[in-house]
Structures are given as structure tokens and as C-alpha cells.
Design a protein around this ligand. Structure first.
Ligand code: FE2
Length: 202
């Protein structure tokens, strides 16, 4: 081994898809948010400031072509992630399991969580005005670090306990589904729109 190695990687893939803004996808997302009564009810009942199709719709890629296009692009990046993380998949394949849209209004947050039963999760940012809530990733070992000192604010990414990524239109992020993450309060005046998804092993 080297004199100083860093073990147990936590991979995070970031990719810019297209040219940034995606007005067709934004329009499709807002139309679904306006029409999906079940999703509106669910969002309200769960204190979600805005709209998510997470619990109400499982067919976005068949409803609107911009979602199908996005799913294809995401799929390519997921296969790249699997190669970079050196997954041993054998004959199995990573397949899109679920995909949903999130429209966050001002002050919306998303508490830290993981995505159980999935392998790779991620988010694609459609609309992210200035002040949009960052996504915050947590070191998954935090619960074991009884006496570990905090890291310097200037510490390299791999040494930090929390890593915030500021959303921007066209940015795709992928991570392993066990990695805890949440969304910081949305301080933007406008809506923060994202598409989230899970891949499973088929
Ligand atoms: Fe999530």
C-alpha cells in the first residue's frame, strides 16, 4: 500500500447533460404538477412545500417524451458509474426502477434519507434559480465516529463529513443508494425543479 491511502470510497458522479436549460422538460414537469391531483394531495398531507410525483405516478417516461429522453441519458451515465465504481454485476443489469419529479417552492426542504432496495440513485436538475437549496451528502460512517475531530472547513472533499452540491440546470448527480442525503432550505424566489430516480439490479 501507499504511505497514506484513503479507503472505502463514496462515489459521486456529476455530469452536465445537454446545454443546461431544458424548457421542454420544465414544461412537462409543471404540467404534471398542475394536473396530478393525487400527487398534490400527497404532497400537502406530507408537508411538502410544492409538489412531488413520488407517491402518485410511476409512468413519467411513458407520459411525456422529455422524460423518456432524460431516462436514456441517465442510463448511459449509470453504466459509466458502475464501471468507475468497479461493480461486479455478472449477467445482471442496472435498470431504471422509478423516476419522479420534484417542484420545490420557497422554503421547501427535504430531510436526510436513503433510498432502500435500490443500487444507484440520483437527481437531474431542471430549474435552479439563485438561492436554490443545495443537496447535502453525509459521511455514512458518522454514527460510528464517537471521538473523531471535526474536519477543517477547507478540507479536501474526501475528508469532509458533509458535502453540499449547488444545483444548476442540466447537472446530473449519481450516488449509491445507501448514501444519506437531503436538500437544504430552498431560498430561491422561484421554483427549484428536479427529477429523481432509482436504479435496481435486474
Ligand atoms: Fe433522495
Amino acid at each position: 500500500m501507499a504511505a497514506f491511502d484513503t479507503l472505502f470510497a463514496t462515489p459521486l458522479l456529476g455530469a452536465n447533460l445537454g446545454t443546461g436549460r431544458n424548457p421542454e422538460l420544465e414544461a412537462a414537469a409543471l404540467l404534471i404538477a398542475a394536473e396530478d391531483r393525487a400527487g398534490q394531495r400527497w404532497s400537502k398531507a406530507h408537508g411538502y412545500k410544492g409538489y412531488t410525483s413520488y407517491a402518485s405516478l410511476d409512468d413519467l417516461t411513458r407520459r411525456a417524451p422529455p422524460f423518456a429522453d432524460l431516462a436514456q441519458r441517465i442510463d448511459r451515465e449509470v453504466q459509466l458509474f458502475a464501471r468507475k465504481a468497479q461493480f461486479e454485476l455478472g449477467r445482471r443489469k442496472l435498470k431504471l426502477d422509478s423516476l419522479w419529479v420534484n417542484v420545490m417552492e420557497k422554503d421547501a426542504i427535504h430531510a436526510p434519507h436513503i433510498h432502500p432496495h435500490s443500487v444507484i440513485s440520483g437527481t437531474y436538475y431542471v430549474t435552479a434559480p439563485p438561492g436554490s437549496g443545495a443537496i447535502r451528502f453525509e459521511d455514512p460512517r458518522l454514527g460510528l465516529m464517537m471521538s473523531a475531530p471535526p474536519r477543517k472547513p477547507t478540507a479536501r472533499l474526501e475528508n469532509r463529513s458533509f458535502v453540499d452540491v449547488q444545483p444548476r440546470p442540466g447537472l446530473l448527480l449519481l450516488w449509491e443508494s445507501w448514501l444519506r442525503h437531503g436538500v437544504q432550505p430552498n431560498r430561491a424566489r422561484g421554483r427549484r425543479i428536479s427529477v429523481s430516480f432509482n436504479f435496481r439490479l435486474d
